[in-house]
Ligand binder design. Structure first.
Ligand SMILES: *Cc1c(COP(=O)(O)O)cnc(C)c1O
Length: 227
């Protein structure tokens, strides 16, 4: 199947699942995760109408952003682990950082964001399954962390992101995803402009949409398996 066909299929699934979950039209957007995939694959997705792309590796991501610099309205999301010596490249080239979990990183991104680019959109990553190996802050730290982030004038806090531990049934998936929904509501009550809950990958997309996800992140089902 072609990338264009895969995109059509996933967008149809998202629409169907959104209807079933009684979510408003357009409430759930698709982030195409293009890490490790070549320029030609992204080109094909762009030709099929996809605008938002997620990248995990700084150097690779920046090369892609630069390659497509003259395509209008593309949106590049950094969704990988961000080390402090790489923040400048991310601040200078990406539109979003979804994996914010340290004040020090936020501070650097804030300082390094070029004023001409406007604010950098950020999501706080929550370690919702409380895995020692995973990035993200613990749910109890969310509000104090968000307060610190709010003070950086060149960052715009838009919401939350999570990568829950894989579970094999919707019931098991729902535990973490419903917790994320609660945290998101809490954040919305306390802060202005919170509109993005990034959760749901290929295996848990239906449950994530039922639990209020506003952005699903899909790679393999669009671009094929990574080598
Ligand atoms: C790789 C990745 C995805 C997409 O994973 P697939 O299994 O290829 O759909 C989504 N989110 C994050 C944070 C990723 O690193």
């Amino acid at each position: 199947m072609s990338i264009a066909q895969n995109l059509t299929n996933i967008l149809e699934q998202i629409q169907q699942l959104s209807q079933e979950a009684q979510r408003p039209e357009g409430a759930v957007s698709l982030l195409a995760v293009s890490k490790t995939k070549p320029i030609s694959a992204i080109e094909e997705a762009i030709r099929a109408g996809q605008k938002a792309f997620g990248e995990n590796y700084v150097q690779e991501g920046v090369e892609k952003v630069q390659h497509f610099a003259n395509v209008q309205d593309l949106e590049w999301h950094f969704i990988g682990l961000l080390q402090s010596n790489k923040t400048r490249l991310v601040a200078e080239h990406f539109h979003w950082v979804q994996t914010l979990d340290r004040v020090k990183i936020a501070q650097r991104l804030n300082e390094q964001r070029p004023l001409s680019k406007g604010k950098l959109n950020v999501l706080i990553q929550i370690n919702i399954s409380d895995e020692a190996s995973k990035s993200g802050i613990s749910p109890t730290d969310m509000l104090p962390f968000a307060r610190e982030i709010q003070q950086f004038p060149n960052l715009k806090l838009r919401g939350l992101m999570a990568i829950p531990k894989p579970e094999s049934t919707p019931e098991a998936q729902k535990i973490a995803l419903a917790q994320m929904q609660q945290l998101f509501l809490q954040l919305q009550e306390q802060f202005e402009g919170i509109d993005t809950l990034s959760m749901g990958m290929s295996d848990d997309m239906p449950t994530a949409i039922a639990c209020g996800s506003t952005m699903v992140r899909i790679g393999t089902a669009i671009f094929g398996a990574r080598s």
